[in-house]
Design a protein. Structure first.
Lengths: 288, 449
């Protein structure tokens, strides 16, 4: 008898709760576009934030609502983007590929160290010790925080301790921009070929003692460029990318090669007047 | 808390003091360098605005830059000479900062141009605060926080106790020790000014037990018109941090993220106090400061009165360094900053210059081992943080967790945790980098909002 009461009680409780759940499911149902799940599945799951949304799910929501265009996702391939556009019946949209660019060219073959840094081997820690050992206070410290931070394997340190961005893999997520203590990375459209690979705010040839490829603010690029394209601000040339900038003219007379043309195939190219760097090894430390 | 008759705080470490070589040496005047580089940012806050032009001749003591707002101070020429240029110069913060390049005349004397005096009896507290700002006084203990900003007691707050910090717990440094012995009259004059400004009832001069001569000297000279005492504290690091002083002397704890004003107390370094007492009656500004030049690599160790803006290279050449000098610190070995360039110049915040040789700096070369959870750092941390946990979080770059859940921002980087760590984990360096990352993220957020 006791046994039957127990079974009966549990069964009735089960039926009761199941009914409550069934009713709640109907009454409290929130409609969600089923396409969101499908679109999210089609996205790369990188959650990098390059699209401007916090992650892939919010981006998928924005896509289905029509608040964003598939082209904003820089991680997925062109084919994947078209697929999403087809599925949603929208235009892919035009978004030019954006990549991270480094405003420094001072590898250890051209830039001197004033001090040897011992300690935690990260740029951010080194930058807190009097700015690190580099002679140029603005220059890349070369300890590779950006290499570690990059989730897409797009940044590698080259033989001279300078990060090199693989523009095909770069998704412009901005992690390297955030992590660099010297603020040397910035996001630029891939079509911006004219590039100032220096951040030194010093004018004059004195900086060449510390770095052979530094900008000396001589102003030749400003003179040679079409009117208004380049202006020297705070002793650095600033390129106005809103103007037509497909010209190699400004780099031609640069004496140090601080302003370069980033060629589609061969990468950064210096002008013919730039001092040739043939040194393969490390530049010795400055005498103290 | 009282142990064996001397007051102190809980936790802390005992690094070797290494003060004997310089503590007995009187303060000596330092010559002018051929070119003085006077940074316009020597304090926390806004850079000063230069008032001189290139090519202008200036007098020693003349004001060359004025304060830009309340969180800023004036600058004064440290020698009579010609302003060569106003350009960028390297600084210990790792950034290039604007600086006045001053070339002293070959025959520049030690004579100082006097300004408008600020007499103690007739000036109001507001006038004294303005005079302190105009004299360019900042915390000479090392943080270089503008002193007048600290002394301005806001409406509704009261200060009952003023603590004069003559602890100098940092190994190697003996500047405060010498100032207490040689400038006691200036110290007491400064205290009178500070008492008038803050309205505090009493003053406590805190001296560590390893300076019995200074404590005895101050007690002997203690003037009858000042209500206060000289307290001797146990020799322990970081006894000289103001939070530690409040807990040792008053038994009060500054709340997390709060100010000393929240516990009705103020703390002022003894050298700062002496400068206030020395400069204000004559209306002068800071053009030099007492600095201990010491360390195993220095030949002529000593306590020097060095003009602000003297480049390190000149300083070390004059004092003489060993062939195998390996690293140079501005400040002491615990809280000091390693310099990356000898073109960096002496600023108001520099309390010492310590140079080490290859053999003496051996420990920092050693390999880093994994954390063994021994808990030494937890026992050492004077503000009761958990450095072991914070260190792990820092290695995983969990900066926001460190700041929000584990009070990272309360860390004042005393270095006790790194000092005791048997695995040589550079804990304090990680915290420094983490704090910078947290501040950067906060600035980013503020900019985006």
């Amino acid at each position: 008898m006791l046994f039957l009461t127990a079974v009966g009680a549990i069964t009735s409780l089960t039926v009761l709760l199941a009914t409550a759940l069934a009713v709640a499911n109907k009454k409290l149902y929130v409609y969600e576009d089923p396409r969101i799940d499908i679109v999210e599945e089609m996205l790369p799951h990188a959650n990098c934030g390059a699209c401007g949304f916090p992650g892939c799910r919010p981006f998928a929501e924005a896509l289905t609502k029509g608040n964003a265009q598939p082209a904003l996702c820089t991680v997925s391939s062109g084919e994947e983007r078209t697929q999403i556009a087809h599925f949603l019946g929208v235009d892919v949209g035009a978004a030019e590929k954006v990549v991270a660019r480094l405003a420094c060219a001072g590898g250890d073959n051209v830039a001197r160290n004033h001090a040897r840094y011992h300690g935690e081997q990260t740029c951010r820690a080194a930058a807190r010790v009097a700015g690190g050992g580099k002679g140029c206070f603005w220059g890349c410290l070369g300890l590779g925080d950006c290499d570690v931070a990059c989730d897409f394997d797009a940044i590698h340190m080259n033989a001279h301790g300078l990060p090199v961005v693989d523009e095909d893999l770069c998704t412009a997520c901005g992690d390297c921009v955030e992590v660099c203590p010297k603020d040397l990375f910035s996001l630029h459209k891939q079509s911006h070929r004219l590039w100032v690979a220096c951040s030194s705010l010093e004018a004059g040839d004195e900086i060449l003692e510390d770095c052979e490829v530094a900008c000396t603010a001589c102003g030749r690029c400003e003179m040679d460029a079409p009117q208004g394209l380049i202006t020297i601000r705070k002793n650095l040339p600033v390129v106005d990318y809103t103007r037509p900038h497909k010209t190699r003219k400004p780099i031609e007379r640069c004496p140090t090669g601080a302003i370069v043309w980033i060629d589609e195939k061969s990468g950064p190219t210096k002008g013919p007047a730039a001092k040739k760097i043939i040194r393969k090894g490390t530049l010795r430390d400055a005498p103290t | 808390m009282r142990l064996l008759g001397t007051k102190t705080f809980r936790h802390g470490v005992h690094p070797p003091e290494s003060k004997d070589e310089t503590s007995g040496l009187p303060i000596r005047q330092f010559p002018f360098a051929p070119l003085l580089i006077i940074p316009l940012v020597q304090h926390m806050g806004a850079p000063s605005i230069p008032e001189v032009a290139e090519g202008q001749e200036v007098w020693r003591g003349q004001r060359i830059a004025r304060a830009d707002g309340f969180m800023s101070v004036s600058m004064h020429a440290s020698a009579s000479g010609v302003v060569r240029k106003i350009a960028l110069a390297p600084s210990i913060s790792g950034r290039m900062v604007p600086a006045v390049y001053l070339e002293p005349f070959p025959g520049s004397t030690q004579e100082v141009l006097d300004g408008t005096p600020c007499p103690l009896e007739t000036s109001t507290p507001e006038e004294i605060i303005a005079a302190i700002q105009d004299a360019g006084v900042v915390g000479l203990g090392g943080a270089a926080f503008p002193t007048h900003a600290k002394l301005k007691v806001p409406e509704g707050k009261v200060v009952d106790t003023l603590i004069i910090n003559g602890v100098e717990c940092e190994p190697f440094l003996t500047t405060d020790h010498r100032v207490m012995l040689e400038q006691s009259d200036d110290v007491f004059m400064g205290i009178r000014y500070l008492l008038k400004v803050t309205g505090a009832e009493k003053v406590i001069i805190a001296v560590e037990a390893n300076k019995p001569d200074a404590a005895a000297h101050l007690r002997e000279r203690f003037p009858s018109d000042i209500n206060g005492t000289v307290e001797v504290l146990e020799v322990k690091y970081p006894q000289g941090a103001e939070k530690m002083l409040f807990s040792a002397l008053l038994g009060r704890e500054v709340p997390s993220g709060g100010l000393p004003l929240d516990i009705q107390a103020l703390c002022c370094n003894v050298a700062t106090t002496a400068e206030i007492g020395r400069l204000l009656p004559k209306g002068r500004g800071i053009q030099e400061r007492v600095i201990t030049v010491t360390g195993p690599a220095v030949r002529r160790k000593g306590n020097y009165r060095i003009p602000i803006g003297t480049p390190l290279r000149f300083l070390l050449e004059y004092a003489g360094v060993a062939e195998d000098v390996n690293r140079v610190f501005l400040g002491g070995p615990m809280m000091g900053a390693a310099v990356s360039s000898l073109e960096i110049s002496i600023t108001k915040g520099t309390s010492g210059v310590t140079a080490f040789t290859d053999s003496a700096a051996e420990r920092t070369h050693s390999q880093v081992y994994p954390c063994i959870r021994c808990g030494y750092c937890v026992d050492a941390c004077p503000i009761f943080l958990d450095p072991a946990l914070l260190g792990k979080l820092a290695a995983n770059e969990e900066f926001s967790v460190m700041a929000e859940a584990h009070n990272l921002m309360d860390c004042f980087e005393c270095g006790s945790c790194s000092f005791v760590c048997p695995s040589h984990i550079p804990l304090v360096q990680r915290f420094r980098a983490s704090k910078a990352a947290v501040r950067k993220a906060a600035a980013h957020k503020a900019g985006a909002a």
